[in-house]
Design a protein around this ligand. Structure first.
Ligand SMILES: Cc1cc2nc3c(=O)[nH]c(=O)nc-3n(C[C@H](O)[C@H](O)[C@H](O)COP(=O)(O)OP(=O)(O)OC[C@H]3O[C@@H](n4cnc5c(N)ncnc54)[C@H](O)[C@@H]3O)c2cc1C
Length: 444
């Protein structure tokens, strides 16, 4: 009888999971496995909670299919190989990933499997189109600019979706392992992890994607899918989501599928340039960043005195998620106004975001800082103009900055312009100095 081990990492779903589907089609006995990696503990409490919830949900799904999700804690390579030897597996399968960390682990797996005469196979599934599958001019290399990538991506033949297995049969006598207790997250108001919840949200989203093109920048409307964490952990298949939305037609669905392409774009950039979290993609943009811990602390704590910036930073703390427009505004404020290093922004977002991942977090930060794939790297974001355009009545700001609740309308975006008596009554700081002589934006 053939036995295969399928290691789950951030493809935490039964549906459209090529590694799982292939193993179930080719082996009579399949061991789905998740290893809690000790080294990743403490990076983000929010993501740890979401991950635990997603793993518990997957276990329940596999139990419903007659199998289980085997749980181990420790070094994923050592734990997987020990289990594979114990069950006499012919091979190990998992989803291919792009970060330096993940790829070093894949190389270790390949070497260990070779040594123990087992097959080791990497499968697609983390993106719609696999990183490295598309190259400019059909040659080698990766796409550095989004628009041509988008054209190639939309025209490419995507892989076929695969169904969830109908049954999973474990080998006899396996100790399935206990789920660790779900840890506390840091943010009080987060979504719940898991494929079940992800699917429910996709169904709802398919009914709401229509006005996405008009609403995705409207900060108070909250008109985006909020599916990013489910995509980050693979609770939702990006391919299945893109296919489902694509079928709907219309401007909203096209705009949404384009955003999924941005996600794939940064994965293929990271695949080609794995140091994306620490090294500038375009060195010339990597200016002499300031270092000022006190200013950085104000930015992190949402106490810059610029309401739209503070609202975004506080939304992230409360929800483990921040609106994309707020990410752009807060990111540009840190790098272009305060002159602080984008890497400090990468780190802080990575600590809080449920969707925090190497490719999208670092790729977007570099785009903002002018070191990345932006075709206009000297672009500036005036936070006040952005606020007045995308939060015209100040509803988003008042939602997250309660000190300004009493300020009506768009006046909330520039509290320093309020009459002295009113301003002094607010428990809200004056704006931080900009590092460049650029106080212009304050006087708009
Ligand atoms: C500084 C900064 C940091 C970011 N860090 C992350 C991150 O760590 N993880 C992450 O998933 N996204 C990141 N983004 C991109 C974007 O802000 C989020 O994907 C989006 O806000 C998630 O909300 P949503 O699911 O409602 O998005 P929707 O608007 O509903 O978009 C659907 C999906 O498309 C993808 N997407 C949308 N915009 C982008 C984009 N600009 N780049 C790449 N993919 C995109 C996401 O997977 C998203 O879930 C970052 C953006 C900025 C400016």
């Amino acid at each position: 009888m053939r036995t295969a081990v399928v290691l789950f990492t951030r493809d935490l779903r039964a549906r459209d999971n090529p590694a799982l589907a292939t193993a179930c089609a080719n082996a009579e006995r399949v061991v789905p496995l998740f290893v809690f990696d000790d080294r990743l503990r403490g990076i983000s409490a929010n993501r740890a909670r979401f991950l635990h919830q997603a793993v518990a949900d997957l276990r329940a799904t596999f139990r419903g299919l007659g199998g289980d999700l085997v749980i181990r804690t420790g070094d994923p390579v050592a734990e997987t190989m020990a289990l594979a030897r114990q069950v006499n597996a012919e091979g190990v399968a998992m989803a291919a990933d792009v970060s330096t960390f993940a790829r070093a682990q894949e190389r270790r797996f390949a070497a260990e499997c070779e040594q123990h005469r087992m097959s080791f196979r990497l499968f697609p599934g983390l993106t719609v189109v696999s990183p490295g599958d598309l190259a400019p001019g059909g040659g080698a290399g990766h796409y550095r600019v989004f628009s041509p990538y988008h054209r190639a991506w939309a025209a490419a033949g995507w892989r076929a979706e695969v169904a969830a297995p109908r049954r999973i049969t474990l080998p006899d006598g396996i100790e399935v392992g206990r789920l660790p207790v779900v840890p506390d997250g840091d943010s009080p108001d987060t979504v719940t992890g898991g494929e079940t919840e992800g699917r429910r949200r996709v169904t709802t989203w398919l009914r709401h994607v229509g006005p996405y093109a008009e609403l995705h920048n409207d900060m108070p409307a909250d008109g985006t899918s909020r599916l990013s964490a489910y995509l980050r952990f693979g609770c939702v298949s990006p391919l299945a989501l893109a296919n489902a939305v694509h079928k709907l037609d219309g401007e909203g669905s096209a705009a949404f599928v384009r955003q999924l392409c941005w996600r794939d774009f940064y994965y293929q950039v990271t695949y080609a340039f794995p140091k994306i979290s620490t090294e500038a993609y375009r060195r010339s943009g990597d200016v002499d960043w300031r270092s000022n811990q006190d200013t950085l602390r104000h930015w992190r704590d949402g106490l810059t005195g610029v309401p739209i910036v503070d609202a975004g930073m506080r939304q992230m703390r409360v929800e483990g998620w921040m609106h994309n427009r707020a990410r752009l505004i807060t990111g540009a404020f840190l790098t272009k106004h305060l002159g602080l290093d984008w890497r400090a922004g990468v780190e802080w977002f990575f600590r809080w975001l449920l969707d925090g991942d190497v490719a999208n977090n670092s790729g977007n930060w570099q785009w903002i800082a002018g070191t990345g794939n932006d075709t206009k790297p000297y672009r500036r974001f005036n936070p006040i103009r952005q606020a007045e355009r995308f939060d015209p009545d100040g509803v988003y700001v008042r939602r997250y900055v309660p000190e300004l609740k009493s300020v009506e309308g768009k006046a909330v975006h520039q509290p320093w312009r309020l009459p002295d008596g009113v301003r002094r009554g607010l428990d809200y700081p004056a704006p931080l100095e900009s590092h460049r002589d650029e106080a212009v934006w304050l006087r708009l």
